[in-house]
Design a binder for this molecule. Structure first.
Ligand SMILES: NC(=O)c1ccc[n+]([C@@H]2O[C@H](COP(=O)([O-])OP(=O)(O)OC[C@H]3O[C@@H](n4cnc5c(N)ncnc54)[C@H](OP(=O)(O)O)[C@@H]3O)[C@@H](O)[C@H]2O)c1
Length: 336
């Protein structure tokens, strides 16, 4: 049975204390001269927390920002415009728990001939227990993992993410928002992969970190498949923003939410601050021509060793496509 690193949400949150005081090795590599004019940037889950802060910061640095969101349309976009001082911001509906919504979103971008330079796959949930999506998937598996597979595949096949050169010499960058809690999760258990099972709080937090390991393994395999022959066609990276004071604990039961809220308000960083490391990875020349890098806040690091095993990546690719095809007759796979 697959197991994540943490089984207790309070212990998981307390692990953030060390991160709160950690040195931010590359923090001064991002300066106000790092700009994003001429770049089109997608941020998923941009209505709150880290995603909202990312939309603001990317718009403030001159990018055209597309917010992929399932709620607060158009209010969240108007707030991003106000705070960033940029009008180059739009919102599009995207519910990552629904396959039809992911298709409609990707098709809309293709129809409007949008070419993305920067794709920040940020949306995520930490649910206190199992919840079934319309297509019969576990919601956390779907939103935190499979939806990102489906979306990236559709954006590549629709040409929304160009596989050759992006804007000028800038190659597209895809950033998967992960969590360092993936380190130490068990190997992927294919006997239960994509199968809905009921669970409660402790398995919920365990699954959260396990699905981030799955996500990082997919990011690594995607990078391997897109960037063949030693040429980087797209920079595909993962990052953990560290502990961030956001709405992620909102679905937790009342008492747990109060306890976690107290921890979050003391040792978790404001989203605007946490977003800077992601922005660094998204626009800095330091990442030009690079792929499959991992940052834990501003600190370069290796992901869990299991993430890099090629056979694991291949198996995950095949199994993800199998599950996708089972819930979607219109699954379209990137042909390299
Ligand atoms: N907070 C932390 O300490 C921390 C640490 C490590 C990693 N992360 C990662 O950071 C990312 C952002 O989380 P956050 O902390 O900023 O949490 P948050 O404030 O709860 O934001 C989550 C975002 O995801 C969106 N979302 C949830 N389900 C969705 C769906 N079905 N379709 C489309 N969008 C959906 C939410 O939209 P609604 O507003 O409509 O609900 C919201 O915009 C997540 O991937 C999380 O795993 C967070």
């Amino acid at each position: 049975m697959a197991e994540g690193r943490f089984k207790n949400p309070v212990v998981a949150s307390l692990a953030g204390i060390r991160d709160f005081f950690a040195k931010q090795q590359l923090a001064d590599r991002l300066t106000d001269n790092d700009r994003a004019e001429g770049k089109t940037c997608l941020v998923t889950g941009a209505t709150s927390g880290l995603g909202f802060a990312l939309a603001v910061e990317m718009a403030r640095r001159g990018a055209r920002v597309i917010m992929g969101c399932r709620s607060q349309i158009p209010e969240a976009g108007e707030r991003v415009k106000d705070i960033s001082g940029s009008d180059n911001v739009e919102m599009r509906f995207l519910d990552l728990s629904r396959v039809d919504s992911i298709h409609a979103f990707a098709e809309g971008l293709a129809r409007d001939k949008i070419k993305l330079d920067i794709i920040i796959l940020n949306a995520g949930v930490a649910l206190p227990g199992s919840r079934m999506t319309e297509s019969g998937q576990d919601e956390m598996f779907m939103v935190n993992y499979l939806a990102n597979v489906i979306l990236t595949q559709l954006l590549f096949t629709g040409g929304v993410i160009p596989r050759t050169r992006g804007n000028g010499s800038f190659r597209p960058r895809i950033i998967f928002i992960s969590s360092d809690s993936h380190q130490g999760s068990s190997a992927i258990d294919y006997s239960e992969f994509g199968i809905y099972r009921k669970y409660g709080v402790s398995k919920g937090i365990s699954n959260y970190s396990y699905f981030k390991l799955v996500l990082n393994t997919y990011a690594t395999e995607l990078s391997r498949r897109i960037n063949t022959g030693g040429e980087v066609r797209a920079g595909i990276h993962a990052i953990c923003p560290g502990p961030v004071h956001t709405n992620i604990i909102k679905p937790a039961p009342w008492l747990l939410r109060k306890i976690l809220g107290a921890i979050f308000s003391v040792v978790f960083r404001p989203p605007a601050k946490a977003a800077l490391a992601v922005v660094y990875m998204a626009i800095s020349p330091d990442y030009e021509g690079k792929t499959n890098e991992y940052l834990h806040m501003f600190n370069p690091k290796k992901m869990d060793p299991k993430v890099y095993i090629p056979e694991e990546g291949k198996k995950l690719w095949e199994e993800s496509l199998r599950v996708w095809k089972a819930i979607d007759g219109d699954a379209r796979i990137v042909q390299i």
